[in-house]
Design a protein around this ligand. Structure first.
Ligand code: PMP
Length: 324
């Protein structure tokens, strides 16, 4: 992280602290064993409104609470408290650009041994300026990974567990090393289910196809928004069902969705053109609608957004900061 986009404050160990004080020990359980659950959340700066719009906070924090319970991590904050904390953090940092927000609930004791019983829990929240994660304009070139997604009864992908992202890293890294933008993963049944860190949509005969929740996907929040927008604004139905690998090569359009990836059209799979090799009309239309929604330009979906007055003009009373 460069000095210019380094955040000033983080939430760590129960307090807002200077960012450089938010540090864990090398013996921390989660650092050693991957026993954390996390979220990726975005905030979009709207220059006309001079405010930051935080996207789907309630949905993200509800998911985090479920995932914490799954991993036996006690999270001592309600969804409303987590939302307030996030607004406060971005406000303290006075961001006036798009941001990425990362809450992590994790096993924090400094001890050797993987059992989670009796191991203390902690929560931290950081936010930093952030742009695009993948190219969203030219159309991505993707490949089916030789790595498989961890099965639900190995490490559930649904749970967004930090340790599971070693699998994600192998998929993404293999794709990049082989000259692709992204990798797609198969589950243990050989069905194609996701991008390395994105949900997958195919368009065939004006219908959206996406793997169902039982396929081992992360239950993506962007995925839900896209299904809703497609139905309401394009009159385009989504069928949730297993997707065979070869269906990738027969699709009219393919796109990936995620908080990081946003809505990212795919124009090549395994060096084969998707459709005519150009970004398709449904992918483009959904991408435009998505950005209108998240940047606060479409009032119909305003309930998905939490506004934060982070600019000097909208500043609130100063908050106290504890140095650790
Ligand atoms: N699948 C995986 C494996 C992911 O890491 C992500 C990113 N969180 C997604 C899908 C997309 O989920 P969301 O839209 O909630 O960000």
């Amino acid at each position: 992280m460069t000095d210019s986009n380094k955040p000033r404050y983080a939430f760590f160990d129960g307090d807002f602290v200077p960012f450089e004080n938010a540090k864990v020990s090398v013996m921390t359980h989660a650092f050693n064993y991957g026993t954390g659950v996390f979220e990726g959340i975005r905030g979009y700066w709207n220059d006309d409104h001079q405010r930051l719009y935080l996207v789907a906070l309630r949905e993200h924090y509800s998911r985090l609470r479920k995932n914490s319970a799954m991993m036996c991590i006690a999270l001592p904050y309600t969804v409303d408290e987590l939302i307030d904390m996030t607004v406060r953090l971005v406000t303290m940092n006075e961001f006036s650009s798009d941001v990425y927000i990362r809450p992590i609930a994790y096993k924090s004791s400094e001890q050797i041994g993987v059992s989670m019983e009796g191991v203390a829990d902690a929560f931290t929240l950081i936010a930093a300026p952030f742009g695009n994660y993948v190219d969203i304009d030219r159309g991505l070139s993707v490949t089916v990974s030789s790595w498989q997604r961890t099965a639900d009864n190995a490490i559930p992908g649904r749970a967004k567990v930090t340790g599971n992202y070693a699998n994600t890293a192998l998929v993404k890294n293999e794709a990049v090393m082989n000259g692709y933008d992204e990798g797609l993963v198969l589950n243990h049944l050989g069905h194609v289910i996701e991008g390395s860190a994105e949900n997958l949509f195919l368009v065939r005969d004006n219908v959206l196809l996406t793997p169902g929740r039982e396929e081992g996907i992360l239950e993506g929040i962007t995925r839900d928004i896209i299904i809703r927008l497609a139905a309401a604004e394009l009159d385009c139905a989504t069928i949730e069902r297993p997707i065979a690998r070869s269906e990738l090569y027969y699709a009219d359009e393919i796109f990936l969705t995620g908080t990081g990836a946003q809505v990212a059209p795919v124009t090549q799979v395994d060096r084969r053109k998707v459709g005519n090799g150009q970004v398709g009309p449904i992918s483009r239309a959904l991408q435009k609608m998505y950005f209108d929604v998240v940047r606060g330009r479409n009032n119909k979906y305003a309930s998905l957004l939490t506004p934060a007055e982070t600019s000097a003009a909208g500043q609130r009373a100063p908050v106290s900061v504890t140095a650790h």
